[in-house]
Design a binder for this molecule. Structure first.
Ligand code: CTP
Length: 399
């Protein structure tokens, strides 16, 4: 499974770094090629010489190692790998990753990579339980970062609790699963997300309040299950997840073209809040007040319904599973059931966005899955959880 796979191993500066030496050996025993990267702090725990000897490879040590940059720049280094593993992932490294810092070789590689990243956290139990680490972990998970461990047990510092780095066999199992054992391995999924912006003139536009949070969480959950994801996103307020191919668009028509360019796909999930209308008489120069006090009249034209177009493709071009969303304020099931029939999709995830539910803009969602089999109400849960549920259900159909 991992034979001849290239693993970029970032070793963080924690006491568990000694286990990473064994990890290198075990990965190589299974035929993987390991390129080690040491942070400055990790050199207090393991030496470049021992790491290099075990990996039979040059050790990359510092962002400003000019020889290394001449051989292989940090961007290529992070892209040449099949998987990036961070073990141990210290509280500091996790914070840097969550915050998007890039001030040394390890953090820069982690920012520059387009590959899946697996972290094995390791720290003192109080640091693990600290609200800052909780926040960072949640952020990393929603970015599509995979985690293994930590375990509970006695720690080097004399305390007991969660924070011990996962044992090597556990990390190997996670590496194997990250490298291809996911049920959606080999499946291509197109996900639309975020709002669209419809120009009025070069500086003004009509948009909506979609943050892109639900679509982003869905894409991340699909990546976690091994899918290859094309993420077609309007200008969202949350960043796209790691490990997807991002196609950034602004208007509904650009989104439509990007979706069609991304086909064929096994599955398409339409989580974007697409503007139903665009301004038909958009000006190509900034509109000026003419002094008359009269407001300009905007005319509207209907945008393409991307979901309906894809759902109605001929069977040899249509994704096997087409999933839409329906935001309703009343008669949720009835309206969503009618919408499913009208748009021709297989599933509709309907949610009640009426005032008082706190769903619009909130972190939780309560959805009903409408399919040919009928309506199924899911309990209220975090948007990330909804995403994981949906990804599992998708895997149940197309894996
Ligand atoms: N959608 C789309 N392209 C559009 C409009 C909507 O792909 N031009 C998709 C959305 O991504 C979502 C689903 O269609 O998955 C439902 O969109 P919605 O706006 O709720 O449906 P409408 O057809 O606009 O119905 P209404 O506004 O009457 O509720």
């Amino acid at each position: 499974m991992i034979s001849s796979k290239r693993i970029l191993l970032v070793i963080g500066g924690g006491i568990a770094a000694y286990k990473s030496l064994d990890l290198i050996r075990r990965l190589r025993d299974r035929g993987a090629e390991v390129t080690p990267v040491l942070t400055q702090a990790s050199e207090h725990f393991v030496t470049p010489l021992s790491v290099s000897a075990l990996a039979s490879q040059k050790v990359y040590r510092d962002l400003f190692d000019l020889t290394a940059e001449a051989e292989m720049g940090h961007i290529e280094l992070s892209r040449a790998a099949d998987l990036v593993v961070v073990a141990p992932a210290t509280a500091d490294l996790m914070a840097k990753m969550a915050g998007g810092h890039a001030n040394d070789l390890a953090s820069t590689l982690l920012m520059a990579t387009d590959k899946r990243v697996l972290i094995a956290p390791s720290m003192n139990v109080r640091m693990w339980e600290h609200p800052a680490t909780r926040r960072n972990l949640a952020r990393l998970k929603s970015d599509g970062i995979l985690t293994v461990g930590p375990d509970e047990g006695p720690m080097a510092c004399g305390e007991f609790g969660f924070g011990r780095m996962a044992e090597v066999p556990q990390i190997i199992a996670a590496v194997e699963s990250a490298l291809g054992a996911g049920p959606l391995q080999g499946r291509h999924v197109v996900v639309t997300s975020g709002p669209t912006q419809e120009p009025i003139d070069p500086v003004r536009y009509i948009a909506n309040r979609s943050s892109g949070a639900q679509g982003t969480a869905i894409a991340a959950a699909l990546v976690q299950l091994g899918a290859r994801v094309t993420f077609v996103t309007g200008p969202a307020s949350v960043p796209p997840p790691a490990g997807v191919r991002v196609v950034a668009v602004e208007t509904a028509r650009q989104m439509r073209d990007a979706v069609f360019d991304a086909l064929p796909a096994d599955v398409a999930v339409f989580a974007a809040a697409v503007a139903d209308w665009r301004v038909a008489n958009a000006a190509d120069r900034k509109m000026k007040k003419d002094g008359s006090g009269r407001a300009p009249a905007l005319e509207f034209a209907e945008n393409p319904d991307i979901l309906a177009e894809v759902a109605h493709l001929a069977p040899d071009q249509r994704p096997r599973l087409v999933v839409g969303f329906a935001a309703e304020t009343d008669d949720v099931v009835a309206h969503a059931t009618a919408k499913r029939a009208r748009k021709g999709c297989d599933w509709i995830l309907a949610n009640d966005v009426s005032e008082g539910t706190g769903i619009m803009g909130g972190s939780e969602n309560e959805v009903t899955l409408i399919s040919a089999e009928g309506a199924e109400l899911w309990p209220r849960m975090a948007k990330d959880e909804v995403a994981r549920h949906l990804a599992q259900r998708i895997a149940g159909v197309v894996a």
